[in-house]
Ligand binder design. Structure first.
Ligand code: NAD
Length: 308
């Protein structure tokens, strides 16, 4: 089993689950955003850029049957500032991985796509047939790979599952810069700071816990399923709900700072996982309260480590 981006937030959680299930795992990561400390010590690690020619040497040496391809440039705003870099990593880097997979007879690739490809929803909940309306280079690059996966399936018979995640949250998510809202709220509130809420906070999001996402990857590997499916909860959680729940779990009397809406922010978005349930037998198992408790425990641990 080879996992690219296995030092990152989602990738490292997938690696941990695979190792727990006794798979032999090899990680490729350039560490540009991921952390060495996230990498499971039982995984074999190659510090390699997915665009590098060395990728084929790693595949040749390791001969994986399955590839979970997580490595990516993940910042929407960076994709707008520097679309060439975004396409270089997310499209050209992925083709490099696909070529190595072809040469080494990989059986199946699991790929994380994103709700960023839907733009402003025209109906809810979003299903796999929902029209696409990319509004950033990131959305375009994440979706372009879905076309390549289909082409490699038809030309080279490499199976694939593209998992379109809603908003993933949980331990190891980066809270710096434009990291996930959950990570930012947790870190701010643990430091007794007031987090910003853009607009009135009534915008609806679909937050899926990273351990559930890791299970979807495992089921995609172990099933005969092929194609594209949403990984989400279909739960409607507002940003205000999220803030309240984190505040209650922390037991802190902090007020949010409301500020103007961000241009381009989508008002409401949630997705249905019916296809993943039918094809993989997957459904989210973690409630938002449980997921937030586990996430807060993680950030508390980090804060304690930093203080020691
Ligand atoms: N976080 C979400 O809510 C979400 C939603 C939808 C899709 N995704 C996708 O899931 C995947 C993982 O995202 P994440 O949130 O864990 O991000 P992350 O930044 O924590 O993980 C990405 C990893 O890829 C590595 N990487 C980046 N460029 C690389 C390169 N050129 N060569 C080798 N390694 C490289 C980084 O060092 C990092 O460890 C990405 O493909 C992302 O597009 C994430």
């Amino acid at each position: 089993m080879l996992v690219t981006g296995g030092a990152g937030f989602i990738g490292s959680n997938i690696v941990d689950l695979l190792i727990e299930k006794n798979y032999e795992v090899c990680v490729i990561d350039s560490l540009i955003h991921g952390k060495r400390s996230n990498i499971n010590p039982k995984a074999k690690f190659y510090e390699v850029d997915i665009r590098d020619k060395k990728v084929i040497e790693v595949f040749d040496e390791y001969r994986p049957d399955f590839v979970v391809h997580n490595a990516a440039q993940i910042s929407v705003s960076n994709s707008v500032k520097d679309p060439v870099n975004d396409a270089d990593i997310n499209i050209m880097g992925t083709i490099n991985i696909l070529e190595a997979a072809k040469k080494c007879n990989v059986k199946k690739i699991i790929y994380p796509a994103s709700a960023a490809i839907f733009g402003e929803p025209v109906y809810l909940p979003i299903d796999e047939k929902h029209p696409l309306d990319m509004i950033s280079g990131y959305g375009v690059s994440k979706h372009t790979v879905e076309h390549y996966l289909k082409v490699y399936k038809s030309l080279n018979n490499i199976d694939y599952v593209s998992l379109r995640y809603s908003n993933v949250y949980g331990p190891r998510q980066d809270s710096s810069g434009e990291g996930g809202v959950v990570a930012i709220f947790c870190e701010k509130m643990l430091n007794d700071e007031s987090p910003f809420i853009y607009g009135d906070g009534e915008q609806i999001r679909d937050f899926v816990f990273v351990e559930d996402v890791a299970k979807a990857n495992l089921l995609a590997i172990e099933s005969n399923a092929n194609g594209i499916m949403n990984i989400c909860t279909n739960n409607k959680v507002t940003v205000n709900d999220l803030f309240e729940t984190i505040r209650n779990v922390l037991g802190k009397d902090i007020k949010a700072t409301y500020t103007s809406e961000r241009e381009g922010d989508i008002k409401n978005s949630y997705m249905t996982y019916k296809k993943a349930k039918d094809s993989l037998g997957w459904q989210p198992e973690t409630t938002i309260e449980e997921g937030l408790r586990k996430t807060i425990e993680y950030y508390k641990g980090i804060k304690q480590d930093n203080n020691n």
